[in-house]
Design a protein around this ligand. Structure first.
Ligand SMILES: *Cc1c(COP(=O)(O)O)cnc(C)c1O
Length: 444
């Protein structure tokens, strides 16, 4: 516990509710109209465009290295699908009173890494690959043929270099699988929360997995130290990386066309609500930033965190950002949501989210499994426990007085029948069958 806990809780009362694991919604008091908020952020749409174009340059390489990406032309993208039967269930079982359309963004089924990390993680590895290839003449320029990077000669070149990352599991999978495919040596530093099957899968890809009995922040620290000691090693810094962030942001640009294909309008009269599970903040933060660039004030982004690890909420609400960890207020940081088991948020993301984020929901672990079964039973779609956190958003939006007040204050109540809600399903397709079975039978 913090020594000055009492004074912190006195100046920021929500801290006390977080401490006692109360499920809640926090409405962000710093949120600004997008026209103003955008000026406070020193990343722009041009940065997202740059990331999108870089990914397009790598499409031929991805098709060569991962034939599963052939049907989509080397573009790693997930489906956006209506889940009306789930919506009905949420109304009947939890009294969600949700109006409008409910959609599922299936990053759980992204090619190669089976999670949202296939966006940021893979993008960052490709960016590093391109930087090295241009610097050392493997590519003559960005117009060159990127399938050259999939040749044995290129692999031999990249094998002199190492990529390292600290992870609770999914980032390690994404960075590990992609780095190994390029030919890099890879070391993934896994926190205690990481699931055994994720470590096993990485080892099958030839990745070195270092295991720690400590939490995510410690795994990151060890990874950084190990990387810093090797001049040919590159460290993927999940807590501060702009590359990761921009890789995630590209999702929003692609969502525009997907919404059009479903005949979904997003404008002032047709608000869009998006609910994204949050760990350190990079993935939901990057996506939220992209969504704001695309839809401005018409989109309302909420993060969802476990009651034992609400690190982003704690950092933003207290204003202390990465200067505070959930352990400082007496929480353990331990949760069944392994992908969200982060005690200290990204300070970089917390600052960027200040003018953007609408708010955050928290949920208790037992809900993860209930929501998992709800989705499976109604839509026959499996997503992992961490990803199920998203469902807390539409279930509770109308039920917490604070989020209800947010709707009223922003003139949204009468627009709810024309609203669209997106659950961002952040992971699940790589979960082995026996572990799925175990999850489906878990009742906390
Ligand atoms: C990593 C992850 C998140 C959250 O991403 P952060 O960048 O850590 O905030 C959410 N869901 C799943 C399944 C994840 O693996």
């Amino acid at each position: 516990m913090l020594e000055n806990y009492e004074s912190l809780a006195a100046s920021c009362p929500i801290v006390e509710d977080l401490r006692w694991e109360t499920e809640l919604v926090w409405i962000n008091p710093e949120k600004k109209p997008w026209a103003e908020g955008a000026k406070e952020i020193n990343l722009t749409l041009a940065d997202i465009d740059d990331a999108e174009v870089r990914l397009a340059r790598f499409a031929p390489f991805l098709m060569a290295a991962f034939p599963e990406t052939l049907p989509a032309g080397g573009v790693i993208e997930s489906a956006l699908t209506p889940v009306p039967t789930l919506g009905k269930r949420l109304g009947e079982k939890y009294g969600s009173r949700l109006e409008g359309r409910l959609l599922l963004k299936q990053d759980s089924h992204l090619a190669i890494a089976g999670s949202v990390k296939a966006r940021g993680g893979i993008y960052e590895v490709l960016k590093h690959t391109e930087d090295l290839a241009l610097e050392h003449g493997l590519l003559s320029g960005v117009e060159d043929d990127y399938t050259k990077l999939a040749t044995p000669e290129a692999r031999a070149f990249f094998s002199q270099y190492t990529v390292q990352v600290g992870s609770t599991g999914n980032l390690g999978l994404s960075i590990g699988i992609m780095s190994a495919a390029v030919g890099f040596q890879v070391i993934v530093h896994m926190s205690a929360d990481a699931k055994q099957w994720k470590k096993d899968l990485l080892r099958q890809h030839g990745v070195t997995v270092m295991e720690y009995s400590s939490d995510y922040s410690e795994a990151v620290k060890q990874g950084r130290a190990s990387s810093d000691a090797n001049p040919k090693s590159y460290f993927v810094d999940d807590e501060n990386s702009k590359n990761l962030f921009l890789g995630y942001a590209v999702a929003a640009k692609r969502l525009v066309g997907q919404l059009k294909n479903l005949d979904v309008t997003v404008d002032e009269a047709h608000p869009l609500f998006v609910y994204i599970p949050c760990g350190v903040g990079g993935a939901p933060g990057g996506i939220a930033f992209g969504l704001k660039q695309m839809f401005g004030d018409s989109v309302h982004v909420f993060f969802v965190e476990p009651t034992q690890a609400p690190c982003m909420l704690l950092g933003m609400a207290t204003g202390l950002q990465n200067g505070i960890a959930v352990q400082n207020i007496g929480l353990t940081g331990l949760t069944h949501a392994d992908g969200l088991a982060v005690g200290r948020p990204s300070g970089f993301v917390g600052k960027v989210m200040g003018p953007i984020l609408s708010g955050e929901f928290t949920l208790r672990d037992e809900k993860l499994y209930d929501y998992m079964r709800d989705l499976l039973e109604t839509e026959d779609i499996f997503i992992e426990p961490s990803a199920c956190a998203a469902i807390q958003g539409p279930v509770m939006l109308n039920r917490f007085p604070e989020s209800r007040a947010y709707l009223e204050r922003n003139g949204l109540v009468e627009r709810l029948p024309q609203a669209t809600h997106i659950l961002w399903a952040t992971g699940g397709s790589l979960v082995p069958e026996n572990i799925r079975e175990e999850y489906v039978n878990t009742h906390l």
